[in-house]
Design a protein around this ligand. Structure first.
Ligand code: SF4
Ligand code: SF4
Length: 300
């Protein structure tokens, strides 16, 4: 099975779509792709391009020509945008989303909501980031011990893969593999596949709860603090980023979010400790110290 994607950022005119597709066929040495995706739709990114150049209609035409067997898109956006796209494009056959046990309630990814939308509509799901960029393969020893006590011969990564593969509606699980040992481990996981039992799900829930218990900054995003900040720091957005990174230290989406944010407003490291914000914060947050933490994590 071969899959590839149409990158919106390379489409400058309509003829680029066909050119890109033909180049992809040439490079792969094939006449058709089994799965073809509009790449990386997210809020404010790429969807407009796919609509502008009528790429959904193009995908359907390519299917009729037999050049694409199954047509869908990969998605990094909000549940609201997902609903909007699915309403507008019932021709979509599958959707690829980020899904893993830790991101179920991640306020940025909101993968449980995305999963529920797709399940309700009966749309097959391709899962990306099941091991969260490797994070769910390398746990603290006390967490690893919980998994090992239940299945001593299984890797920690296999739990993450088995979790998503056990969910109804999941068609395919994609896992980045960077060495032969990981390939062999993944093959072992999916050979004579065993769905996660109720007891196993309880262990996963326990591990999830443990990670989610890492303290969060109690900012309510009231924004009382922002108008008076002389450095124009979007304080609640910085805290939102830090809250996610405290739990998910390698979360690239939060880092991208912060990069975009600081293109428009001040960085955490710009804080001059004037104290204006602390004087107005109804939650009495130690904003100056928290900005130091944020600067350490985000601006170095
Ligand atoms: S202490 Fe820092 S974050 Fe708070 S208002 Fe002053 S410069 Fe802005
Ligand atoms: S005033 Fe306090 S609670 Fe409100 S947005 Fe600013 S930091 Fe958050």
């Amino acid at each position: 099975m071969l899959a590839t994607k149409l990158p919106a950022w390379e489409i400058k005119q309509e003829s680029d779509i066909e050119r890109i597709f033909n180049e992809q066929c040439d490079r792969a040495g094939v006449d058709f792709f089994d799965f073809y995706l509009l790449h990386s739709i997210e809020d404010g990114n790429n969807y407009d391009t796919y609509v502008k150049y009528d790429c959904f209609r193009w995908g359907v035409e390519k299917k009729k020509e037999g050049k694409i067997k199954h047509f869908g898109f990969s998605f990094h956006g909000s549940p609201e945008l997902l609903e909007e796209i699915l309403d507008a494009h019932p021709e979509v056959e599958f959707v690829q989303i980020q899904l893993n046990y830790l991101d179920r309630t991640n306020p940025v990814v909101r993968s449980e909501m995305l999963y529920n939308i797709l399940s309700k509509r009966g749309i097959p799901i391709i899962v990306m980031e099941p091991v969260r960029g490797g994070m769910l393969a390398n746990m603290a020893p006390e967490i690893e011990a919980k998994f090992k006590a239940e299945r001593p011969n299984d890797s920690v990564a296999s739990w993450a893969l088995r979790f998503v593969a056990s969910l109804p509606g999941v068609m395919t699980v994609l896992s980045g593999m960077s060495n032969e040992a990981q390939i062999l481990d993944n093959i072992k996981t999916f050979t004579d596949f065993e769905p996660v039992s109720d007891k196993g799900m309880a262990i996963i829930d326990e591990v999830t709860a443990e990670i989610l218990s890492i303290p969060q900054i109690g900012c309510t995003a009231c924004k009382y603090c922002t108008p008076g900040c002389p450095m124009h720091i979007s304080i609640p957005d910085v805290f939102r980023t830090i809250n996610t990174l405290r739990r998910y230290p390698d979360d690239w989406r939060s880092k991208n979010f912060y990069r975009g944010l600081t293109g428009r407003s001040g960085k955490a490291s710009d804080c001059i400790a004037c104290g204006q914000c602390e004087g107005v914060c109804p939650q009495h947050l130690p904003i100056i110290d928290l900005m130091k933490e944020a600067a350490e994590i985000l601006d170095k």
